[in-house]
Structures are given as C-alpha cells and as structure tokens.
Write a protein that binds this ligand. Structure first.
Ligand code: DQA
Length: 146
C-alpha cells in the first residue's frame, strides 16, 4: 500500500522548536524512521509538509487519487480548521490524526480537535512513536479491509 504523511505548520522546525515538548529529532529523522517502519510492513510512504492551510487541503484532495491512506499532523490547524475537517470528510481514503504531544493534557485550546470526527482515528502523546503507531494503524485498516 502507498501512504502519504502530511505535516502542517511549524513541524518543519522539529528538533529546534520547543524540544521539551516536541523532542530533539528533526522531521527528516522522523520521516526516515517511518520509512523503515513502513518498509518492514510492506508499505511505501511519501511525505509532504506545509505551513499553509490551502496547500494542506490541496494535498489531501490530490492524495485521494494516489494513496491508500494519510497520516496527518495538522499542527495548530487541528484546533480550528473546519476547512481541513471538510477536506478529510470529502476524501474516501482513511486519515489517521497524529500528534507528538498529548493534546488532551495541554492548554485548553489544544484539547479540542475539530478534525478528529472526520478521521479514522487519532494517536497523540507518544512523541515520534505517534507517527510509527500511525503506520501500524493504516496497516491494520488495510488488513481489515481485505
Ligand atoms: C501538535 C500539537 C499542536 O497543538 C501544535 O500546534 C503543533 C504540534 C503535536 O504534534 O503535538 O504544532 O500537533
């Protein structure tokens, strides 16, 4: 299967950005580890990062024709982007929501995910392993469908 990993705003600065919350590994290092995790399970991954809401929406639309599932960390858009919610709802492929930090255990504004109801499921709070778990989640969904 082919899965797409989409990272939203400020996630390009992983490693530098608030390492006490988000860890000290770069997005590239996490992506490399995900590639290996997916390869072992027999899946292919592609990656996209943008700081712009519209680009993330365009990317989700395009993904529906090319990929079997999406892993999405929408960053702060998670908490208020109804447009990204609607883009997820508009596409038929499963989208797994991911967060490095446990958003349920942080500031009030982070405790709500407006995208969660449109997603197949959500994984938060396990640092970079949230992404690895998301690969397993898509693997599970793919096997369940067979
Ligand atoms: C995040 C949590 C969001 O609240 C925040 O805006 C991010 C990262 C996470 O991965 O923990 O940019 O999505």
């Amino acid at each position: 299967m082919k899965f797409l990993v989409v990272n939203g705003p400020n996630l390009n600065l992983l490693g530098e950005r608030e390492p006490n919350i988000y860890g000290d590994e770069s997005l590239q290092a996490i992506n490399d580890e995900m590639l290996e995790t997916a390869r072992v399970m027999g899946h292919e991954l592609s990656f996209f990062q943008s700081n712009n809401e519209g680009s993330i929406i365009d990317c989700l639309h395009a993904a529906r024709l090319e990929y079997d599932g999406v892993i999405l960390n929408a960053g702060a858009y998670t908490h208020y982007s109804y447009a990204i919610h609607d883009a997820i709802a508009a596409i038929k492929i499963p989208v797994v929501e991911v967060h490095l930090s446990n958003i349920a255990h942080r500031e009030d504004f982070r405790r709500t995910s407006v995208i969660a109801p449109a997603c197949a499921g959500s994984i938060a709070g396990f640092g970079k392993y949230s992404y690895m778990l998301a690969v397993s989640a898509l693997d599970y969904i793919a096997k369940e469908k067979k």
